[in-house]
Design a protein around this ligand. Structure first.
Ligand code: GCO
Ligand code: MG
Length: 413
C-alpha cells in the first residue's frame, strides 16, 4: 500500500482552500485539509517542496510512523505552517486506511459514542434587533446552540459580525480573509475599543436571554482582544446569562493569563483555535484553566495529534470544541466530525455552512439534522474532491483584517 502520488491542490471557491491528495499504488485516494486562512501558499509550498517528495513510496498504512517522521524528523518542530502540513498528510492517511478497511473513519477511532455532534452556528447583527433576527433564522435552520456577536456602538465594523442584514443558511462567508478593494492587495484595517465592547456586551446577552429564554446554549468569542483583568470582568458580568463558553478572551500564547480569569469568574472558558500543538495546552489542562479545547484537526497535526490532545484533556474532564468556521475545509470538517463522534469527551462542534461553490469542489456526505452533525457511514472521511471544479476556482490573494486602536496602535485580535 505505497503512496504513489502526493498532489497539493489550491482552490478558491469563494475562499482559499489547500488540500493534499494522496493516491496509493493500488488506487486508494486520501484527502487532507491544510488550509491556513490568509497564509495558504506557505503551507502549499511546505507540502509541495518539502513533504510530498518524502511521501512517495512510503507505506500508507504506517500513520504514526509517518507523523513522527515529519514532526521529529524535521528538527524544526511545531508552528502553524508545519502542523497544518502534517495535519493534511495524517488526515489523508486516515482517509486511506478507513477506505481500505471499508469503514467510516469514526469506526477506526473507537466507534460512535453518540448519535451526532451538537453544532453551534454563528448568529450576528450590527445591532440587537438584527442579531435577534439572526438567532431566529439559525433556530429555524436547525441549530440548537448559537454563538452571539454584535456590532458595538461607536465602531464602524466588528470582525465576526455580518456586514449586511442577518440570516443564517445563506450567509456562508462573512469571516473570510479579504482585501481592500482597488489598489494593492492589503488587509482591511478595523478599529477597536475594548472599553466600549465591555460596556455593550452584557446588554446584548440580556436581550437574547429575554427573547429566547434560559435553555438555549449561547456562546461568545472575544477574539483574543482583552487583557486578563478585562476578560475576568467580562466573564463576571456575563454570569447571569449562563454562557456555554467565553472563547479566546486573551491572546493565545499566554497560558498563565487564563489563571487570572479563572480566579474571578465561573463563566466557562474555551481557547485554542490558533494553537497547533498539545504543548500549547499543558498548563491549561493540568491546572484546569479551561473547559473546552478549541483546536482543529486541520491546524494541530491531524487526527492522530488531535486524538492524543483530546485524550489528555479527558484526564482533566475538559471537552472538545473544535474550530469549525468555513476556513476549515469540508475535508477538515469531516475529519473532526469522525473524531468528535468517537471520543467520549466531545463537547460541541462549531459549524458554518460552506458555500454552494465550495460544496461543488468538495462533495460531502456529512449531515446536519435537528442540531446534530453526523459524518455519515461512507467509508473513509466521506468527502470527494472534484479536481475539475477545483481547477475552475483559481487562488485569490486575501488577508485576515488587521486590528488597530483609535490612536493607530496595532491591537490583538
Ligand atoms: C471562530 C474564529 C474564526 C477565525 C478564523 C480565522 O471562532 O470561528 O474566531 O472566525 O477568526 O478562523 O481564520
Ligand atoms: Mg474564535
Amino acid at each position: 500500500m505505497n503512496i504513489e502520488s502526493a498532489e497539493t491542490v489550491v482552490t478558491s471557491p469563494g475562499r482559499n482552500f489547500v488540500t493534499l491528495r494522496l493516491v496509493t499504488a493500488d488506487g486508494v485516494t486520501g484527502l487532507g485539509d491544510a488550509t491556513l486562512n490568509g497564509r495558504e501558499l506557505a503551507v502549499a509550498s511546505y507540502l509541495r517542496d518539502h513533504v510530498a517528495p518524502l511521501l512517495i513510496g512510503r507505506d500508507a498504512r504506517n500513520i504514526e510512523d509517518t507523523w513522527q517522521y515529519l514532526y521529529r524528523g524535521a528538527y524544526w518542530r511545531r508552528g502553524p505552517v508545519t502542523m497544518a502540513a502534517i495535519a493534511a498528510v495524517d488526515t489523508a492517511l486516515w482517509d486511506i486506511k478507513a477506505k481500505a478497511a471499508g469503514m467510516p473513519l469514526y469506526q477506526l477511532l473507537g466507534g460512535a459514542s453518540r448519535r451526532g455532534a451538537l453544532a453551534y452556528g454563528h448568529a450576528s447583527g450590527r445591532d440587537v434587533p438584527e442579531l435577534l433576527d439572526s438567532v431566529r433564522a439559525h433556530l429555524a435552520d436547525g441549530y440548537r446552540a448559537i454563538r452571539v456577536q454584535t456590532g458595538i456602538p461607536g465602531l464602524d465594523s466588528v470582525y465576526g459580525v455580518a456586514s449586511s442584514a442577518a440570516g443564517s443558511g445563506e450567509r456562508y462567508d462573512y469571516e473570510p480573509a479579504r482585501r481592500v478593494t482597488g489598489g494593492p492587495v492589503l488587509p482591511v484595517e478595523e478599529t477597536w475599543d475594548t472599553r466600549a465592547y465591555l460596556r455593550h456586551v452584557p446588554s446584548v446577552f440580556e436581550a437574547v436571554r429575554e427573547e429566547f429564554g434560559p435553555e438555549l446554549p449561547l456562546l461568545h468569542d472575544g477574539h483574543h482582544r482583552m487583557t486578563p483583568i478585562q476578560a475576568a470582568k467580562l466573564g463576571k458580568s456575563l454570569e447571569p446569562y449562563d454562557l456555554f463558553w467565553l472563547e479566546d478572551a486573551t491572546p493565545g500564547e499566554d497560558q498563565a493569563a487564563l489563571r487570572l480569569i479563572r480566579q474571578h469568574t465561573t463563566t466557562p472558558l474555551a481557547i485554542g483555535e490558533v494553537f497547533n500543538s498539545v504543548h500549547d495546552y499543558t498548563t491549561l489542562l493540568a491546572e484546569r484553566l479551561i473547559d473546552y479545547v478549541r483546536s482543529a484537526v486541520t491546524h494541530t497535526g491531524g487526527v492522530t495529534a488531535m486524538k492524543k490532545l483530546l485524550d489528555m484533556a479527558a484526564v482533566y474532564g475538559i471537552r472538545s470544541g473544535m474550530h469549525g468556521p468555513t476556513d476549515i475545509s469540508p475535508v477538515g470538517m469531516a475529519a473532526q466530525l469522525h473524531l468528535g463522534l468517537a471520543v467520549h469527551n466531545f463537547g460541541i462542534q462549531e459549524y458554518m455552512r460552506h458555500s454552494p461553490d465550495s460544496l461543488e469542489v468538495f462533495r460531502t456526505s456529512y449531515t446536519f439534522e435537528d442540531g446534530l452533525l453526523h459524518p455519515s457511514d461512507t467509508p473513509g472521511l466521506g468527502v470527494e474532491l472534484d479536481l475539475d471544479a477545483a481547477g475552475s476556482f483559481p487562488y485569490e490573494p486575501a488577508y485576515l483584517p488587521v486590528n488597530r486602536l483609535a490612536d493607530g496602535t496595532v491591537h490583538d485580535w
